[in-house]
Design a protein around this ligand. Structure first.
Ligand code: BTN
Length: 285
C-alpha cells in the first residue's frame, strides 16, 4: 500500500522508504543498513562487482563507522541522528557538462529540503556554498561527495550526501560546533520532518534536477543555483596553484562560468577560474 506523504512526515525508518517514493529512477533499488563503513564505499564496491547495481540504486545507513567527506576528511555519522545516503548513477557516455554534477546535486538537495520544510516559519536562509555544501544560517547543514568510476568511454557516479537532521549542538564533536548546524537546531521536534520524509522529498527533487542537468548542463539549472549561492559577490579565501605549490589568497567571487567553474577577482591581479577547490568565507586559521 502506498502511504500518503503526510503520514510519513515524522517517519524516521529508512527501511520503509519504498512506500513513499515518488521517483521513477532514484531509490527503486534500495539497500538499507543499520551500520556501514560508508554508504559511498558500499556503492563503489557494488559497482566493482561483475553486474553492478542498477541505475538509481540507493544505499542508506543509520550509522557509518568510516563516513568520508571531500579531501579525505572524516564525516561524523552517529547512529540514527542524521541522513547518510548514496545514489548510483550509471551515466553511460559522459553527460553534457559533467564537471558541474555536484552543483546539480546541490540544487536537488536544496529544492528537496525546501519542499520538506515548507510551512515551517522563521528558518534562516538555506544556501549553496560552491562547490558542494549546503548551509543553513551560514553553518554547514549538508555535504556532497561525488565519486566517479570510468569504464572505457562510460562513467558511473556515486552521489553521496550527508545531512544533519536530529543532532543537537552538544552532540557535534567540539571542533565542528562553530561551523555545523542541523535541522534540530532550527525546527522543533513536533514540526521536524523525519529522515524518511526528508529523503522522499530530496530524491524527488534530485531526480528532477539531474534530468534537467543531463540535458542542458549547468546553464539548465543556473536559475536555481545562482540566487542561492552564498559566495557570489563576497570575499572568499581560495588556494591557488603557484610556483611554490599553492598560495592562499583573498578574492571576490564574481560569477559562475557556463561549466560551473567559479570566477574570482583577487585584490591584485587578473580574475581567474576555480574549478574545484575548498574555498572559505572567512580567513582560515
Ligand atoms: C563533504 O562535505 O566533505 C562531503 C560529505 C559527504 C558525506 C556523505 S554521508 C553519505 C556518504 N557516505 C560517505 O562516506 N560520505 C557521504
Amino acid at each position: 500500500m502506498t502511504r500518503r506523504y503526510t503520514d510519513l512526515v515524522h517517519a524516521d525508518d529508512l527501511a520503509a522508504l519504498a512506500g513513499s517514493l515518488t521517483t521513477t529512477r532514484l531509490g527503486r533499488t534500495h539497500e538499507h543498513h543499520a551500520e556501514l563503513g560508508s554508504t559511498n564505499d558500499r556503492a563503489l564496491a557494488w559497482l566493482a562487482s561483475p553486474t553492478g547495481p542498477p541505475d538509481g540504486t540507493l544505499i542508506t545507513a543509520d550509522a557509518q563507522t568510516a563516513g568520508r567527506g571531500r579531501l579525505g576528511r572524516a564525516w561524523s555519522s552517529p547512529a540514527g541522528r542524521d541522513l547518510y545516503a548514496s545514489v548510483v548513477l550509471r551515466c553511460g557516455r559522459v553527460p553534457n557538462g559533467f564537471g558541474a554534477l555536484s552543483l546539480a546535486v546541490g540544487v536537488g538537495l536544496r529544492e528537496g529540503l525546501v519542499r520538506a520544510l515548507a510551512g515551517i516559519e522563521g528558518l534562516p536562509a538555506l544556501e549553496l556554498k560552491w562547490p558542494n555544501d549546503l548551509l543553513l544560517g551560514e553553518r554547514k547543514l549538508a555535504g556532497i561527495l561525488c565519486e566517479s568510476r570510468w569504464r572505457g568511454g562510460e562513467v558511473d557516479v556515486v552521489v553521496g550526501f550527508g545531512i544533519n537532521v536530529h543532532r543537537r549542538l552538544d552532540e557535534f564533536e567540539p571542533e565542528l560546533r562553530e561551523r555545523a548546524t542541523s535541522l534540530a537546531i532550527h525546527v522543533p521536534d513536533d514540526r521536524r520532518p523525519g529522515r524518511a520524509a526528508l529523503l522522499t522529498a530530496i530524491l524527488h527533487e534530485l531526480e528532477r534536477w539531474l534530468e534537467r542537468f543531463f540535458v542542458g548542463g549547468f546553464p539548465a539549472i543556473r536559475s536555481h543555483y545562482e540566487p542561492h549561492c552564498v559566495v557570489l559577490g563576497r570575499e572568499v579565501w581560495v588556494d591557488r596553484p603557484s610556483a611554490k605549490g599553492t598560495e592562499r589568497i583573498a578574492a571576490i567571487a564574481i560569477g559562475l562560468d557556463p561549466d560551473g567553474a567559479l570566477r574570482v577577482r583577487p585584490r591584485t591581479g587578473e580574475p581567474f577560474r576555480v574549478e574545484s577547490a575548498d574555498i572559505w568565507l572567512t580567513e582560515p586559521e
